[in-house]
Design a protein. Sequence first.
Length: 95
Amino acid sequence: MRPPAGVPVNQREVGTLAHYVIRVVGHLSDDLLTAFPSLLAENRKPETVLHGQLPDQSALTGVLAHLDELGIEIVDVTLVPELPAAQPARRAGRS
């Protein structure tokens, strides 16, 4: 079944968070990192990796726009796929 026109195929349920990883050029100072309180940061020379959960693509767009305003070069943005929900264990001998 196809989604209604105008609804993206990969749209998440309302209220769910998506985990993003954003790689940027260079080492971001502690002062710069305060601009992104919802994200964790790891400095991995020669880049910084920001990651965390965002509520929607609008929030992601806001983070990317803020990075651009600060003159920070974005290398990569990755949406981390959700793990499938745990399946209940089956008893041996039953299907």
